[in-house]
Design a protein around this ligand. Sequence first.
Ligand SMILES: [Zn+2]
Ligand SMILES: [Zn+2]
Length: 260
Amino acid sequence: MGFLFRIGHCFIHEYSILWYYYFTSPLPTKGELPVAFETKEELLSRYLKMEKPHCPHCDLEMTLWEVPPINFSDGLGWGVPFLFVCFNDDCPSYKSGWEHMHNTMETPASYRCINEPGQKNFEYMPVFSPMGGTGGKLDDAAMIAQEAEREKLDQTLSVLDNYYASKDWDEILKIALDALIPGRARLKAVEMVKELAGVEAIEYLLNHKFPTPVLQAAVDDAISHLHERHFTRECPHCAEIIKKRATVCKHCNRDVPRSV
Ligand SMILES: [Zn+2]
Ligand SMILES: [Zn+2]
């Protein structure tokens, strides 16, 4: 009782559970939409830094939850990509919900307490099994790791720009070789090395294993480019770097065929 039910689009969840949305509060009318627009990624990034609300029924910390994609064209749906949800199976609200829904809707269902990030009020969404909705739970450790990776990428890219401006290629080379740096930043570093580095860089690139084919291909390309720029090549016998025009290797003293 006292609930305003609105049945939204049903769809197949990843757990093959049919989902409906209902609202316990009036829907926002047109024109009330927030002015500032953030991408889903930006929102997630902001929500991850938020203090998590506590469920008003069981006082446990709520879980950030990704709202499954549904069709918003009928004006139903939350219109937000993330919600905080109480997934506590012992939550009094959730436990009594089964009975309440059975009596009022004759449906084996319950509801979980939800909170739109940043909002003061708590609302409810229906679930049709204890598993309902749990597929959208955002694993904190994984999300935080992903967020940290993204920040590291941004940071490294801006550091690279500075080194590039000052032509500090040995620092750029260090980034290219650093296994802890995100792949995209390493790729950028390799491109800068290719353009700026001295002949000494070749040896480091040759002796390093790169984790992805894309990165390795960029490194191979950089090596041949550096040889070309510095008029060098590898000795066919000992693989040391020698002058392109050399006829005897200065490292192993063996005759080397002239390069074309
Ligand atoms: Zn609760
Ligand atoms: Zn040699």
